[in-house]
Design a binder for this molecule. Sequence first.
Ligand code: PHE
Length: 405
Amino acid sequence: KDIPHTAIGGCHYPHDDWTNVSTKMLSYVGRNIHLQNNHPLSLIRQRIVQFFHKTFIGRTGNAVFSVYDNLNPIVTVEENFDSLLIPVDHPSRKKSDCYYLNQNHLLRAHTTAHQARLMSMGLNNFLIVGDVYRRDEIDSTHYPVFHQVDAVRLRTAQDLFPLDASILSVFDKGVERTEETQEHYNKEISCLMINEMKKTLEMMASELFGKDVKTRWVSAYFPFTHPSFELEILHHDKWMEVLGCGLIEQKILKTAGAVNHIGWAFGLGLERLAMHLYEIPDIRLFWSEDLGFLSQFNVEDPRTPIKYKPVSIYPPCSNDISFWLPQDAPFASNDFYDLVRNIGGDLIEQVNLIDEFTSPKKKMTSHCYRIVYRHMERTLTQEEVNVIHKDIEKTAVNELKVTIR
Ligand code: PHE
């Protein structure tokens, strides 16, 4: 009973000589920054999901794709590798590349780890979004935790040709495996699926990067798809890889019980897209809880263009101010914001209304604002912030007729 183990999410994973996951790495499990309001990764996630929802609409106007964005990142070796036909001696399985809980469980190295199980549940169109874990060097574009989106789309001959009863199957006997297609699949149907996949993914690239984006296809290799491709986009005169995709190996479909189907899949990394879209210079910033970073992504519409402005490396200092609004004069928050800017200048990084309430007895409304002060070149002292803060209070009383609480 006292064997060393990792306890997480109500499960116990006994240690063995594969165990290499640290407490630090486990602390990322459940953070779910891809689901955090106004986080850059969440904005791109929403844009991709919205794109799939509007592109694939069912007979009754419903969205065809279902979304799985909160699956447990602890998966079995079978899910992460075997179910995807990744050979036993494949380098991506190495202890030096993955975070293993033990010989049977690891932190998923890609969101593709869930595709076989979701297909065997009978799903034909779905998206998977989540955190993935890989041991890698650490620099401005690599972090041991990042986020991926995967999609799967499966079709039968009946889905493809509902009005043509003569086409009963996606299969065709005697077809050999070539560069262009898998064995057994009808060539035209295979071509149709690859075209739908490529068109869809090009449209998704235009949706994210603008309609003038230049794209190109490069052939690729994945053990779980054939043929396989990578989509690249031209960004600042350099070709950048954005995703991998391909026709799913029929053996995977067969094992999952999707025996009459042909399908395509793709996977992409969200951080890389976000860094290019928003000009975020360092991948560590995605883990920042600093309002100077997060507030820049505080938008209603995830399609709002945003260009990230670097935040000072010096610490912020925040002070709150609470006051009763004037009873016989109008009050606009924007007037207060201007006043704060006028007095605090560039030391003001943020002003947020954090509380608002109306006293039923006094029939008065009070506002509480949090003001975040930060100098771009040095650390501010609490004393100097207090002087400015007092000045803001005094001026608000005089000019806006508020009463400090
Ligand atoms: N899982 C692959 C990766 O992490 C991406 C991929 C997904 C490729 C699905 C093809 C199909 O790089």
